[in-house]
Design a protein around this ligand. Sequence first.
Ligand code: IMP
Length: 180
Amino acid sequence: MYEDIERVLVTEEEIRAKIKEMGEAISRDYAGKELVVVGILKGAALFTADLFRQITIPATLDFMRIVSYAGTKSTGVHRVLLDLEYELDNKHVLVVEDIVDTGLTIRFLMDYLKPRNPASLRVASLLDKPSRRKVDVEIHYKGFEIPDEFVVGMGLDYNEKYRNLREICVLKPEVYTRQG
Ligand code: IMP
C-alpha cells in the first residue's frame, strides 16, 4: 500500500493528539446533556470509533450511510442507504464526518435531520478542504484544514482502497491513471 503514497499530510501521532483534543472539547460542551454521536459511513467509520473512545461522558452511538450519485465527486444528489435506529427528539446530535469538501453532504444531512427535532445539531469533521466549498456549512469541531488535494487514509478511500492507512496521505499521480 505504502508504495502508492506520494506523501503524508497528517501523521498518525498528529491525528491521535487532535482526536483526543476534540474528544475533550465535546465532553466538556455536552456534559449533562443527552448526546447522540452519528457516524457517517463508510468514510467516517474509523474516525468515529476513535473519537467516540475519547468522549468521557455518557453518549450513544448510531450510524447513517449516505451515497452521492457521482462516485468520487459529490454532486449534491444524495441517497440515504442506512438510516438511524433511534429517534432524535430532544437529543443533542453530533454528526461525525471524515471530510467536508464542497459541503453538500453536510448540507444534505442537516436538512435531513433537522425535521426530527433534535435539541441541537452539530458537526465534527476530521478534515476540512475549505477551498472547494460550494455551500456555507458550519463545522463545530474540526480536525485539520488541508489543501485542495485528494487524500486517503483514516477511513477515506480511493475506489474503496487505502481506508486502513493510519495517516492522511496523498497518492502518487500514476495511481489514479492506473486505477481510475
Ligand atoms: P462534500 O459533499 O463535497 O463535502 O463531500 C464529502 C464526501 O466526499 C466525504 O464524506 C468523502 O466521502 C468524499 N471526499 C471528499 N474529498 C475527499 C478526498 O480527498 N478523499 C476521499 N474522499 C473525499
